[in-house]
Design a protein around this ligand. Structure first.
Ligand code: HEC
Ligand code: HEC
Length: 493
């Protein structure tokens, strides 16, 4: 039997080599009674045959990224081709483009792509007996993404810690209220240039979301005063936030130091970690966040600059993000120019303001009493208030009794829609509301009531409404909205 089996192999090999072969009947006999002596008969001549390999599993198209190491086994672990004869297959790979950074050894492709393009790849399997088969597939090389190449930052960090705040922000005795007193910066987290720089990178980094699709800046857009033009913002898996995104300029000057429309975060340091962990917004645990950031090369040096060593902790993420958010001070609007020109005298802002803007300002701080809630020259609310929106007892109750905080009115002209639910599309709609629609409810702020207790609707003429809107537009700070130090560091030029 052993001998016969050996013979069988040899015959098969001869057939494959394409030579005429002798097929002995003994091979058949061997399946019979082993005690029967093998007998040979007349040899039969068969034609030479070799079956070519065939494609068994097509190679799927691949994607790679410029600048990122890539390896791929185009044989798919030896399953791309099959050979019915069981031949050992030899593989070769060709590319339709050269100088791509990719090379192949056998069916194994590797290298770091140096171009962004689509390469047609051909893998060929040869059976060693003159027959072969090929399959084509594409490798699409995407351009290097900024997140992989890292942020571009100035050699000397921008100045965040010591911004050139005007006297009406820093002087405790400034007219229209003491801004300095309202600063919610805690002693243990003062703004440093390196800390805010790290905060800026984190703020714009989509790595802070579970699937790398959403950054803080996705919902807080600089040109919109760090808010979102959508009524509700879209999180990492397409879900909607429960409320409208808040503008972040001058958030530092909310004296009560609590954050969100309903003040549910006791500090900014606590607030900034919540969107990261929110199941709609970014969807990471803090442990996952730390693990992700540790793996990203550009963070080590940024943490070291900010905190003295490269250890990545969620607490440090919180401190740095808070520093960046607090650095978003907006103080270079037409209002500030007018304040400086008028030395803070509210009657003389028309040294810079148009007559209409001055009339609007007079309404804002006079009959409108708007500045009782949207206070100081930073235009930040002083507390949570019920401002008479039509909410109802089953609607969003905010901090309780339908009280909400308002972000600074700075840059509201580019930061709508307005209110916690984004119900008003324009500032004109907001002014219409204060003029005509303030609703009575048991918790309406006394600041919005007449002496007899009825809701105070300003009943403005069309001209007065336009005046008030014109004033609100003087709070727009183009420098802030375009300042490179607050911009996306991942946008390479
Ligand atoms: C998916 C959209 C979205 C993302 C992502 C997002 N935010 Fe927000 N942000 C909001 C919304 C909506 C609110 C208001 C929520 C509320 O009050 O219930 C808000 C509120 C805030 C506030 C409160 C402002 C104030 O004056 O009280 C701060 C600060 C803030 N976000 C910072 C951040 C930071 C930092 C990040 C990234 C770590 C971030 N946000 C990510 C949508 C988003
Ligand atoms: C009793 C305090 C109070 C008074 C007075 C007041 N507001 Fe408000 N304002 C608020 C509160 C609270 C909110 C946020 C309410 C919400 O979102 O539910 C708000 C929101 C706004 C907003 C939208 C802010 C945003 O980012 O969505 C604008 C604009 C505004 N007020 C302008 C005015 C003007 C103009 C006046 C004067 C005619 C005025 N307010 C009077 C408390 C007040």
């Amino acid at each position: 039997m052993v001998l016969l089996t050996g013979h069988k192999i040899k015959v098969a090999q001869q057939i494959k080599r394409g030579t005429a072969a002798v097929l002995a009947l003994v091979l058949v006999a061997c399946n019979g009674d082993s005690s029967t002596p093998a007998t040979t008969t007349t040899p039969t001549t068969v034609p030479a045959t070799n079956n070519a390999p065939v494609v068994n599993i097509q190679v799927p198209d691949q994607t790679a990224t410029e600048g990122v190491a890539f390896t791929f086994d185009a044989t798919q672990n030896g399953t791309t081709f099959s050979d019915s004869d069981g031949d050992t297959l030899a593989y070769s790979v060709t590319f339709d483009l050269t100088d791509t950074g990719l090379t192949a050894t056998g069916g194994e492709i590797s290298g770091t792509p140096t171009i962004a393009d689509t390469i047609v790849v051909t893998i060929t399997a040869s059976d060693g007996n003159g027959a072969s088969a090929s399959d084509n597939f594409l490798i699409t090389i995407n351009p290097a993404t900024a997140a992989l190449t890292g942020p571009s930052l100035p050699d000397t960090p921008f100045n965040y810690a010591d911004q050139d705040l005007p006297d009406h922000f820093t002087n405790p005795n400034a007219n229209l209220g003491n801004v300095d007193r309202t600063d919610n910066t805690p002693n243990n987290n003062p703004i440093t240039d390196a800390g805010a720089t790290l905060g800026r990178v984190l703020f714009y980094d989509k790595s802070l979301s579970a699937n790398d699709t959403v950054a803080c800046a996705s919902c807080h857009v600089q040109e919109n005063g760090f808010s979102d033009t959508a009524v509700l913002s879209i999180g990492f898996e397409g879900g909607e936030t429960g409320r409208h995104s808040m503008r972040l300029g001058n958030a530092r000057y909310y004296q009560r130091g609590r954050f969100f429309w309903d003040e549910r975060a006791a500090t900014l340091e606590q607030q900034v970690l919540q969107p990261i962990q929110d199941s709609v917004e970014m969807g990471l645990t803090l442990t996952q966040l730390e693990a992700k950031l540790i793996d990203i090369d550009y963070y080590g040096p940024l943490f070291e600059d900010a905190f003295g060593d490269d250890q990545v902790t969620s607490n440090r993420v919180s401190l740095a993000l808070s520093q960046f958010v607090r650095s978003l001070t907006t103080y270079q609007s037409k209002f500030d120019e007018a304040y400086i020109a008028a030395s803070g005298n509210p009657n003389n802002f028309d040294l810079v303001f148009t007559a209409q803007e001055q009339r609007g300002f007079d309404l804002f701080r006079g009959r409108g009493n708007c500045d009782s809630c949207h206070s100081t020259s930073a235009h930040v609310s002083d507390n949570v208030h019920n401002n008479g929106l039509d909410i109802g007892t089953t609607g969003d109750q905010g901090a309780g009794n339908q009280r909400f905080k308002a972000p600074s009115l700075r840059n509201s002209s580019v930061g709508g829609p307005f209110m916690h639910d984004g119900r008003f599309a324009t500032l004109a709609d907001v002014v219409d509301f204060y003029s005509d629609d303030v609703q009575d409810n048991p918790n309406l702020s006394n600041r919005l009531r007449n002496n007899d207790g009825t809701p105070r609707r300003l009943n403005l003429s069309a001209g007065q409404k336009a005046d008030l809107v014109a004033f609100l537009e003087t709070l727009t700070d183009e420098t802030f909205l375009t300042d490179p130090k607050f911009s996306d560091p991942f946008l390479q030029d």
